[in-house]
Design a protein around this ligand. Structure first.
Ligand code: NAD
Length: 267
């Protein structure tokens, strides 16, 4: 297992993939975690759990509640992380939401479009912008002998629907395509700062976000047809991809959109 001995910031840490990513960082030797979510209770639960699971003897975890579609809250949250730890080595922008049920594009209310894109696209942009400001002003660290130093690395959570049509989920699909675009743009403009930026694009993962699939469809039949591996992915399986891309082992990977979907997007 690769190790990630620096400081990580994880959004959406209260549930699902964000929570699994926070736990993966703690187990992989992170020296500090700054966790954020809009749900204070679940955030605090994750903070306790990562503290119990951490393998680095110097480990510390802070939690700060933030609504990530609000610029002032994102600025405060990222500043708190920088103040608490002095630097941010790895940032995982995972928080996101989806439509509760499918609807044709023509019937999509503007309020739905705005709510989803304000969190999934604008929220990721704001987090990434503030993280980049901190990262480009910190010292580069070379953690693998012989490889160049890195100032920081960012992973933004897209989806396989960052590439696909997602019939009935216009707002979500728009937001996840946007995440891939902003990831590529930032990767190119900040290579010069020794910062890598990548996206992860999961398929159907067993978290509360896919509860609506379970409500609307016979899950077993759906998975038989839609996913070659014929199962939901686990949040932990996506967390491992996020941690790998943020680790120094992925030192030549930037601007990439990594699909982890049990084959769903190629059938
Ligand atoms: N579960 C899947 O099948 C799947 C597939 C592809 C992509 N994704 C993406 O993975 C990410 C995580 O999803 P998940 O499945 O773990 O869902 P989840 O609902 O389990 O977790 C999402 C977390 O984000 C937090 N959050 C939501 N809105 C927020 C806001 N405005 N400010 C701060 N925090 C906020 C929630 O409180 C929650 O803790 C999302 O971006 C989602 O689009 C999930």
């Amino acid at each position: 297992m690769f190790s990630v001995p620096g400081i990580a910031l994880v959004t959406g840490a209260g549930s699902g993939i964000g929570r699994a990513t926070a736990l993966a960082f703690a187990r992989a030797g992170a020296s500090g975690l700054h966790l954020t979510d809009v749900n204070r209770g679940r955030l605090e639960e994750t903070r306790k759990d990562v503290t119990a699971e951490a393998t680095n003897p110097h480990f510390k975890a802070y939690a700060s509640e933030a609504e990530l579609s609000k610029e002032d809250q994102v600025v405060r949250m990222v500043q708190e992380a920088a103040d608490n730890f002095g630097r941010i080595d790895y940032a995982a922008n995972i928080a996101g939401i989806s439509e509760n049920s499918p609807m044709p594009t023509a019937d999509t209310p503007l309020a739905t479009y705005d709510r989803i894109n304000n969190i999934n696209a604008k929220g990721v942009f704001l987090c990434m912008r503030e993280q980049l400001k901190v990262m480009r002003n910190q010292e580069a660290v070379a953690r693998i002998p012989g490889r160049p130093g890195v100032r920081g690395a960012i992973v933004n959570m897209s989806s396989m629907y960052g590439f696909l049509s997602g019939n009935g989920y216009t707002s979500y699909v728009t937001s996840k395509h946007a995440v891939i675009g902003m990831t590529r743009a930032a990767a190119v403009s900040h290579s010069v700062d020794d910062i890598r930026v990548n996206a992860v694009c999961p398929g159907y993962i067993d978290t509360p976000l896919v509860d609506n699939i379970k409500e609307h469809l016979d899950l077993r039949t759906f998975l038989e047809g839609a996913v070659p591996m014929k199962r939901l992915g686990m949040a932990e399986e996506i967390a491992d991809v996020v941690v790998f891309l943020l680790s120094e082992r992925a030192s030549f990977v930037t601007g990439h959109s990594f699909i982890a979907d049990g084959g769903a997007s190629i059938v």
